[in-house]
Ligand binder design. Structure first.
Ligand code: HEM
Length: 535
């Protein structure tokens, strides 16, 4: 009740202040001076040299020269749309996040889908994990749920993120291959990182070649917390389920489409929305207590594990509808800045060591990508909630803060922006104790059980596709020792899997790796079983 109808153009209000239609208007410079001739530069005589005085030419060229900004260091290739999220229920018993406060409540969203590895102009249908990033413009500020279409991740600790990305990206000496995982560096890294086993199975499955963004699941991946008004918290996993069903391509289709129409997913999303076939997803929550988490055979802080729905069922809590294409790719899709640290009161982080690293990285990279500390003022990033604080100045500042006082506490300005207290964001007062150490909990060391569960859960045709994907990728790996180590990793997952992949490559089946300990030796240390295999 009392909610504005956000059905059609959810961001019309906030974004309309910056939307401009230039058609049929008089041409001006960036400073509003009418331009008499946009075809010819100013010269000394018609054949003479061009004059420095030509501020109109210089402005036009200068602006053009600076039109590109750095692409995202990962997830550079993406497509986005506006829409809304509608809550089915009042979830205030478990979270004070206002967007879940009442049945039927609508919150505007901007959603960007992406591939993870390819460059900005790369093809859509490559084998890769897809990004599924949702920005909720809530009345308590922006919440970004920056997820993927695969529920687990390559690594367990943020310390390894630069390494896995370096290994996946084109090799640094010749910048090949573009947007493919089929090369030595990735498989070298994978074969030395047993924690990757579960992700590897998903990555070689049909899930890594979705039919379209509209038919893709999304996952928050990490365990998060929900917190209610009394400060009580529960663990939570976020799931997006496409109402059109989850569909994949087959590899031959994906390869052909990458050549014939590299924009296949971008075009599909655009055309669906343009023709009124609005894509929809349901948001599902897996909610569980710390006591339940403690009874699970894995650690919920480990992003290479999922929580099986047989153990903690999904509860559908709302619907996401995408109903408006962006007006301008650069202003919206390229400049949008998602950040795993953007949460609102009622949602909090867990101690997942991958998530903890993400809390730093997004704003850090955006300071470079979007040119300084004021990118929150770019229209697509601005909250609909008001902003009041003493953070000022810096490049490209838009807001004009009035008065002589920009510090806290003060008595001269009629008071500072007042602290919200209990209405504000309050971190869960989680007890924590321990010596400063590097390492990981013992349960993080089981890398194979869930990988095997995934393999045996697949239908025969899906298993065929996984074996064929390993074959396709590994036949492009030049270094025999790397292939051998990948097989040893697969032998640790499942005997049938490794036997079939080895047969497809004409190789022997190696022995499985010994069970990992909680602090495995570095792969290159003499005692490592992986290093033995590279001899
Ligand atoms: C984008 C870092 C793990 C999903 C990015 C970007 C960085 C980054 C620097 C570029 C952001 C920008 O330029 O705006 C990291 C680090 C990670 C990590 C350090 C681990 C320590 C993950 C995980 C997920 C994920 C586990 C999925 C749950 C995404 C998505 C984007 C992205 C979807 C694209 C957002 C967009 O559409 O603009 N990440 N990431 N990342 N990341 Fe991560």
């Amino acid at each position: 009740a009392g909610q504005p109808d956000l059905g059609d153009n959810p961001l019309d209000g906030p974004l309309d202040r910056v939307r401009v239609d230039d058609s049929g208007r008089m041409l001006t410079t960036n400073f509003g001076v009418p331009v008499a001739d946009n075809q010819h530069s100013l010269k000394a005589g018609l054949r003479g040299p061009t004059l420095m005085e030509d501020f109109i030419l210089r402005e036009k060229l200068t602006h053009f020269d600076h039109e590109r900004i750095p692409e995202r260091v990962v997830h550079a290739r993406g497509s986005a749309a506006h829409g809304y999220f509608e809550s089915y229920d009042d979830l205030s018993a478990i979270t004070r996040a206002a967007l879940f406060g009442a049945p039927g409540k609508r919150t505007p969203v901007f959603v960007r889908f992406s591939t993870a590895v390819g460059e900005r102009g790369s093809a859509d249908t490559v084998r890769d994990v897809r990004g599924f990033a949702v920005k909720f413009y809530t009345e308590q500020g922006n919440w970004d749920l920056v997820g993927n279409n695969i529920p687990v991740f390559f690594i367990q600790d943020a310390m390894k993120f630069p390494d896995v990305v370096h290994a996946l990206k084109p090799e640094p000496h010749h910048a090949m291959p573009q947007a493919q995982s089929a090369h030595d560096t990735y498989w070298d890294f994978a074969s030395l990182s047993p924690e990757i086993a579960h992700m590897l199975l998903w990555q070689m499955s049909d899930r890594a070649i979705p039919r379209s963004y509209r038919t893709m699941q999304g996952f928050g991946v990490h365990t998060f917390r929900l917190v209610n008004a009394r400060g009580a918290s529960v663990f939570c996993k976020f799931h997006w389920t496409p109402l059109a069903g989850t569909h994949s391509l087959v590899w031959d289709e994906a390869l052909r489409i990458a050549g014939a129409d590299p924009d296949f997913h971008r075009r599909d999303l655009w055309e669906a929305i343009d023709s009124g076939q609005f894509p929809e997803w349901e948001l599902g929550l897996q909610v569980f207590s710390e006591a339940q988490a403690a009874r699970l055979p894995f650690d919920v802080l480990d992003a290479t594990k999922l929580v099986p729905e047989e153990l903690v069922p999904l509860r559908a809590v709302g619907k996401l509808v995408l109903n408006r294409n962006p007006d301008n790719f650069f202003a919206e899709t390229e400049q949008v800045a998602f950040c795993a640290a953007h949460v609102v009161p009622g949602i909090d982080f867990s101690n997942d060591p991958l998530l903890q690293g993400r809390l730093h990285s997004y704003i850090d990279t955006q300071l470079t990508r979007l040119g300084g500390p004021n990118f929150h003022e770019i229209a697509i990033n601005s909250p609909v909630a008001p902003i009041h604080n003493n953070q000022r100045e810096g490049f490209h500042r838009q807001q004009i803060n009035r008065g002589r006082v920009n510090y806290d506490p003060n008595s001269l300005a009629g008071g500072c922006p007042f602290q919200a207290g209990a209405r504000g964001f309050v971190s869960v007062p989680e007890a924590s104790q321990g010596n400063q150490v590097r390492g990981k909990p013992a349960l993080f060391a089981d890398h194979y059980s869930q990988a095997r569960l995934f393999w045996i859960s697949q239908a025969p045709v899906e298993q065929d596709h996984i074996v064929q994907a390993f074959r396709f990728e590994l036949t492009r790996v030049q270094t025999p020792a790397v292939r051998k180590r990948v097989l040893a990793l697969l032998a640790s997952v499942d005997e049938v899997l490794v036997t079939r992949v080895a047969a497809s490559l004409g190789m022997d089946v190696p022995a499985p790796l010994p069970p990992a300990t909680d602090r495995p030796p570095h792969p290159y240390s003499p005692s490592s079983p992986l290093s033995l295999l590279s001899r």
